[in-house]
Write a protein that binds this ligand. Structure first.
Ligand code: AMP
Ligand code: MG
Length: 325
């Protein structure tokens, strides 16, 4: 169950001149996609959602680590073997991910795959990974092991054990792609939510902003903070919807690439950013670096905003563009 959630407080279902609010959900990549869009017609809305369904299937065929026939699986299989020719879109997200690794001082790192598989496999078998195996997997981690050949559109992983994993960016990326589809079809008002990775487009007609409430972790519907949003990405993290369990203890599915151990620092974080992709990346990065990370990233990039919630919602701290209220 998701402990931290965003509640949209303002969602007018009344019709606004030529537009009505339509909603539809579908399942993709292990999560639910929820589209709430203001459209001039129901027919257009469903056409847009159908295109979004197809787009998420394409993204899954490129980046899924749960299927053997994805481009990602092919790249991972050839780690240390040979460069793999990949579609431009794959190359683009690898390049984007490397840039975010640099911007987050390595807290976000798509070469986390080997460590993630180790933790998933061992805890599923009722064990914690041995330190020697964590050290080995750390040797298979590090975004500088990714080599890109732009001209040939190829990716090569240096070392035979590097495994890429787009789990911390893929959903945010998919949200931004769905927003593009909506806009291309003339729909500018609405919300796209993919498992807690959200993009808030223009607000309903007559409103200046989306009014979004942040629910207290573990509580019913108690709102502990409010955010005004327009044309922003939002992500929540640290609400361990997915986690490893051992000896009655829960371990985050976010791994610290410096130590090879699951992140422990921050209870929950809400990130507001330019895009859903960026919010997704920074929610993972702040889960790794904790409060210090939120402060540091907000200082470096004034457009980023963070709400960090500690002690089950008893303590909240805001950084950067996030106005605490
Ligand atoms: P998120 O829920 O966006 O924080 O993404 C977490 C997922 O990203 C995990 O399930 C892993 O697949 C992957 N992951 C874990 N730790 C990291 C990390 N430090 N950097 C990048 N991806 C990670
Ligand atoms: Mg993320």
């Amino acid at each position: 169950m998701r402990l931290l959630a965003l509640l949209v407080l303002l969602l007018c279902s009344c019709s606004h001149g030529a537009e009505n609010l339509y909603q539809r959900s579908f399942y993709s990549m292990g999560s639910t996609v929820e589209l709430k869009l203001y459209s001039p017609s129901e027919e257009l809305f469903h056409r847009v959602v159908d295109a979004c369904v197809e787009r998420t299937k394409e993204i899954d065929r490129l980046f899924s680590n749960y299927r053997d026939d994805s481009v990602l699986a092919e790249v991972n299989r050839n780690s240390g073997v040979r460069p793999v020719s990949v579609p431009r879109e794959f190359l683009h997200l690898v390049r984007t991910s490397i840039r975010y690794s640099e911007l987050t001082d390595g807290a976000f790192d798509i070469t986390i795959g080997s460590l993630f598989e180790l933790w998933r496999g061992e805890t599923a078998s009722g064990r914690l990974p041995e330190e020697s195996r964590i050290r080995d997997a750390l040797g298979c981690t590090g975004f500088r092991k990714i080599k890109i050949d732009e001209a040939k559109s190829q990716v090569f992983l240096e070392g035979d054990c590097v495994r890429l994993d787009f789990g911390a960016i893929g959903k945010g990326y998919a949200v931004d792609e769905m927003v593009k589809i909506a806009k291309r079809n003339g729909i500018t008002r609405g919300l796209v939510n993919f498992g807690g990775n959200i993009y808030a487009m223009d607000p309903p007609a007559g409103k200046k902003l989306w009014d979004v409430g942040v629910r207290k972790p573990g509580s019913g519907n108690e709102i502990i903070s409010k955010i005004d949003l327009v044309n922003k990405g939002v992500a929540t993290s640290g609400d361990y919807e997915r986690y490893f369990e051992h000896g009655g203890k829960r371990y985050s599915h976010i791994i610290d690439p410096r130590t090879g151990w699951p992140a422990e620092d921050v209870t929950s974080v809400v990130v507001v950013s330019r895009s859903a992709t960026e919010a997704d990346v920074f929610s993972t990065a702040v889960s790794v670096f904790g409060l210090r990370g939120a402060r540091m990233f907000a200082q470096r990039d004034k457009s980023l905003g963070f709400l960090v919630i500690e002690k089950n919602g008893e303590k909240k701290s805001c950084f950067g563009s996030y106005v605490c209220r």
